[in-house]
Design a protein around this ligand. Structure first.
Ligand code: SF4
Ligand code: FES
Length: 147
C-alpha cells in the first residue's frame, strides 16, 4: 500500500510533487495547464511555463492526489479554515474510483497505520483490480470496470 515513485519539480515559489502510481489518467492536468503538463515530452511537467498560482489551481483539480504541491512563498498560501473538519465528501466516478476530498481526512489501513496522502483529493479503488490498493492506479480502464 505505497504511493510508489515520487518526483519533484520546483521553482522559487512552489514544489510540484508527482506520484505516477496514483494517476488515474483523468486528464485535468493536461486540460487545465497544457503548457505545463505535456505527457509526450520529457520532463513531462514544465513548471517554468506558467505562473505558480495557475499551476496550483490546476493541481487542485487532480482527483487522485497523483499531483500535489508544497508552497514555499507565504503570499501564495491559503488561509487556514476550520470548516468541514469532521465531514468528508465522496464522489463516485462512473467506471472508476471513489474520489474522497482530502482536506482534514486521515486515511488509516486496517492496522491503523497512516497512509500518506498529500493532494486535495484521493482516488480509492472500487473495481478491485488496483495493484496499489486502497488507491486507484488506473487499472479500472484495463479491466473495463462497469460499476
Ligand atoms: S489523475 Fe491527476 S495527474 Fe493523473 S491525469 Fe488526472 S489530473 Fe493528471
Ligand atoms: S477503481 Fe481504479 S483501479 Fe480500481
Amino acid at each position: 500500500m505505497s504511493e510508489g515513485k515520487v518526483k519533484e519539480y520546483s521553482n522559487d515559489e512552489i514544489t510540484v510533487i508527482w506520484k505516477p502510481d496514483l494517476c488515474i489518467h483523468s486528464g485535468e492536468c493536461v486540460n487545465g495547464s497544457p503548457d505545463v503538463f505535456k505527457p509526450k515530452e520529457r520532463p513531462w511537467i514544465q513548471i517554468e511555463k506558467s505562473a505558480s498560482k495557475q499551476i496550483m489551481q490546476t493541481i487542485d483539480k487532480c482527483p487522485s492526489g497523483a499531483l500535489s504541491y508544497v508552497v514555499q512563498d507565504e503570499g501564495l498560501k491559503e488561509p487556514k479554515t476550520s470548516k468541514n473538519e469532521n465531514s468528508i465528501k465522496i464522489e463516485t466516478m462512473k467506471g472508476g474510483p471513489f474520489i474522497v476530498q482530502n482536506e482534514g481526512v486521515r486515511l488509516l489501513d486496517k492496522e491503523g497505520n497512516l497512509c500518506e496522502t498529500k493532494g486535495k483529493s484521493i482516488a480509492l479503488c472500487r473495481c478491485g483490480a488496483s495493484a496499489n490498493k486502497p488507491f486507484c492506479d488506473g487499472s479500472h480502464t484495463s479491466v473495463d470496470f462497469d460499476g
